[in-house]
Design a protein around this ligand. Sequence first.
Ligand SMILES: [Zn+2]
Length: 75
Amino acid sequence: MTGPTRPLLVDWRAGLDYRRDARPCVLCGNLTPLRSHAGEASHKVCAEDWNAKYVGETRFVSDAQPKLRCDDDHA
Ligand SMILES: [Zn+2]
């Protein structure tokens, strides 16, 4: 085991980056309704491809993952 590695796949399912107006993707130029967390129009797959090329960069990041908690407060 090498420990957890930073996933190359971005997760934009939370919907906060989804806008109705399509804009040219900053990476491939085709229209996309998606926005990165930095506000750049980009396809998810293009962002993932970019991440694969520029490992370590944080231009395109995934949605914050909800942390699993053991101490759920039951009413
Ligand atoms: Zn694209």
